[in-house]
Design a protein around this ligand. Sequence first.
Ligand code: GLU
Length: 229
Amino acid sequence: MAEPVRVRFAPSPTGHLHVGGARTALFNWLFARRHRGVFILRIEDTDRSRSTEEFIVSIVEAMRWLGLDWDEGPPASGYRQTDRLEIYKAHAERLLAEGRAYRCVCPPAELGAQRKAAQARGETFRYSGKCREANVPADVPHALRLKLPLSGQTVVQDLIHGTVTFEQSQLDDWIIVRTDGGPTYNFCVVVDDVTMKITHVIRGNDHLSNTPKQILCYRALGYPSPTSR
Ligand code: GLU
């Protein structure tokens, strides 16, 4: 029998549910119901400075008002990213142990200056890879970066956009865990989609540019990517 469909709506509680979010939630809900699958509500609250309890309550109420009932999610625990920090930590440690991530001690001020210089040249800032082979010891405060292939392409097979190709030169070794120990957004999304066994990712167009980054993270973790639409 084919694998059961599992989809998710994953709002960030940085505001009330808006029409775009409701549309994404509706598509996921319809897809799950059509395939007798599972619809998951996941609260993406890793951005602690912008997420609030009030917005979580408001989003949950709005979903109920719309009649978009979920099969897994709040009030059960484990469906808020802040409930899942240990899971992200374990995945980050594994990537580090396997040499797929590395410690970085580049000061934010230095990176900020490089970013400004790149912008002044009309270019997108890309991390230089300075710490890639530096073997930074564990006892120095550090961030963790994902070690990406230096050349080639990452191909996104999107069910709506078709084949979308990203040159490796457009991507850089992005941070998966900040110096303060906080896991970053794209990393949490990948770990969540893997551990929640999501089969199809249905989300706003604005996330298409995040998809190649996330695909490379799935690969680094040794997991197949879900289907994207
Ligand atoms: N949390 C994201 C947002 O509110 C959605 C992430 C995703 O669907 O992958 O836009």
